[in-house]
Every structure is written in structure tokens, then in C-alpha cells.
Design a binder for this molecule. Structure first.
Ligand SMILES: C[S@@+](CC[C@H](N)C(=O)[O-])C[C@H]1O[C@@H](n2cnc3c(N)ncnc32)[C@H](O)[C@@H]1O
Length: 262
């Protein structure tokens, strides 16, 4: 059902999304250029590609508790090999690399990720801007511990991994002193939780923050959440990149929405 929903919207996206030269907004043009049409041979990526290959060959089992919507393959609490987690739950290479370039493009001072998993995208974002504080939250302790051991291995001093259920932490008053310029929502892909996280995050965002909502066509629920968010008056600029959507908090003269071919 979800796969059918995603396939339908993918075809629709291909028909309606604009290629770079059809974009009249200088910011969105630059975004498309820098973030999605980058050279794939960036030397910073080689150690991360090797790390993923290592995970794909690792058949040790982690007992994980999935606090979210699960994956298409597994839902609920179960033992899963690191290889399967790396294959099914981590972002693909193109998307993690797009996040790396998005960080370099937006130059945030502080980033928050909801959904560390093995740490794949956290590591890309932390490497993209060593002077930026990156915080990532994961509910499942075994996943958090695994990501933490890899964080230490990679000596990523600007990355802090927190083990907590998302809303539990976000509801804790003053849980952080940081004001986030960039947030990557990549866990619990359901409508109400997604909308709720955006609300709970409000006190912790800068006025020009950007929220990246992952998997906006993963399910009917996620598409409904995305439609509500993108039409909200809170965000004057919204960009649909199919695999994820961008919400810009900065106030502009008019509300604009773009569908970008990536
Ligand atoms: C799709 S994976 C994240 C992938 C990761 N961002 C990446 O790019 O490789 C989602 C993660 O969010 C975690 N998660 C889902 N719902 C959660 C919740 N309510 N609280 C804490 N963690 C949650 C899951 O355990 C899972 O590891």
C-alpha cells in the first residue's frame, strides 16, 4: 500500500517537478545546483562509504526497539542484523551526501537530527561542518550505543548523540541551550507525531531555521503531514524534493512552493 502510494507520487513528481533552469528563485536555483548536482567524487565521502560497506558485511544482531512507524520490512521490537539495518533503515548514499552539501550551503551553527539509527547521516553532517554543533536523538539504546562507538572511532567531537524517545526529550523544559538552524526529521514517519515534533521544536529554532522532513511520500499519512506543513503560514518558502521536503522559517514577501527534480 505504501509502496503504491510512493510510486504514484514519484511519477507525479517527475511530471511536475522543475529542472534547475526552470526555477526563478535564486535561492532555490542555488540550492538545486549546490546540493543536488554535486561532484560524487568528494574525498570526504570515501571513509563513510567504507564504513557503510563494513556495516553491510556485519551480521551481528542488535535487539532494537522501534519507537516509530517501523520499516516496510520490520515493525516493533526485534533482533536485526547490522547489515539489514544498514540496508533498510539508513539513508541512501545520494541523500546522505545531499545533506552534507545542504549543511555546507546553509552554514548552520547548530543542527538537530531526530533519528540517529547507525549514525550515517549524522556523520555526514558533522563532517560537513566541523565547527557546527550537531545533536542527534535515537530511542533505541542498542542503535544509540552502536552509533556512539562509531562516533568515537571517527573522532567526531562536534557530534552529540542522545538516547531518548523524541517527544519525551523535546517536552523536557530547556533540554538544550542550542538554537538550531537546521533540523532533520528522520524518525517515526507518521502524521500526528511529525506535526507534533514541528510544534515541540519551535522554541529551539532560530528565525531562519530550515526543517528537512524526510520520506514525505513514504505513506499517505506522511504526505498528509507534509501537505499541512507546506501550506502552513509559518513557512513562506517550501521545497518538495520528493524524498524529503524543506520548510524555511525565514519571513519573505510572499509564500512560494517549489517542486525540485533531484
Ligand atoms: C529512518 S531511521 C533514521 C536514519 C538516519 N537518520 C540516517 O539517515 O541514516 C529512524 C530512526 O528513528 C528512531 N526512532 C523512530 N521513532 C522514534 C521515537 N519516537 N523516539 C526516538 N527514536 C525514534 C528509530 O529507532 C530509527 O533508528
Amino acid at each position: 500500500m505504501n509502496a503504491l502510494h510512493e510510486a504514484f507520487h514519484y511519477v507525479k513528481h517527475l511530471w511536475t517537478a522543475k529542472k534547475r533552469h526552470g526555477i526563478h528563485s535564486p535561492l532555490v536555483y542555488a540550492l538545486s545546483d549546490v546540493v543536488f548536482h554535486f561532484k560524487k567524487t568528494n574525498p570526504s565521502f570515501s571513509s563513510l562509504i567504507m564504513l557503510k560497506e563494513e556495516w553491510l558485511g556485519n551480521h551481528n544482531v542488535l535487539e532494537i526497539v522501534d519507537y516509530g512507524a517501523g520499516t516496510r520490512i520490520s515493525k516493533g521490537s526485534s533482533g536485526r542484523t547490522i547489515s539489514e539495518i544498514a540496508r533498510v533503515s539508513t539513508s541512501d548514499q545520494k541523500q546522505a551526501q545531499a545533506m552534507y552539501h545542504l549543511v555546507q550551503f546553509l552554514k548552520p551553527k547548530a543542527i538537530l537530527e531526530l533519528g540517529t539509527n547507525l549514525g550515517w547521516t549524522s556523520f555526514h553532517m558533522a563532517l560537513a561542518a566541523p565547527e557546527c554543533s550537531v545533536v542527534s536523538i535515537e530511542g533505541s539504546k542498542t542503535l544509540h550505543d552502536f552509533a556512539e562507538s562509531n562516533r568515537k572511532r571517527f573522532k567526531l567531537g562536534n557530534l552529540t548523540l542522545i538516547c531518548s524517545e523524541f517527544s519525551q526529550l523535546l517536552k523536557t523544559p530547556k533540554w538544550t541551550n542550542l538554537a538550531f538552524d537546521l533540523v532533520y526529521l528522520d524518525g517515526n514517519h507518521r502524521k500526528e507525531p511529525t506535526l507534533n515534533y514541528c510544534k515541540l521544536l519551535e522554541p529551539y529554532l532560530t528565525e531562519t531555521a530550515v526543517i528537512v522532513v524526510d520520506d514525505i511520500y513514504w505513506s499517505k499519512e506522511m504526505t498528509e503531514a507534509w501537505e499541512i506543513l507546506r501550506s502552513s503560514e509559518k513557512y513562506d518558502l517550501t521545497v518538495d524534493c520528493f524524498h524529503f521536503g524543506l520548510l524555511f522559517l525565514e519571513k519573505r514577501n510572499q509564500k512560494e512552493h517549489f517542486r525540485l527534480r533531484i
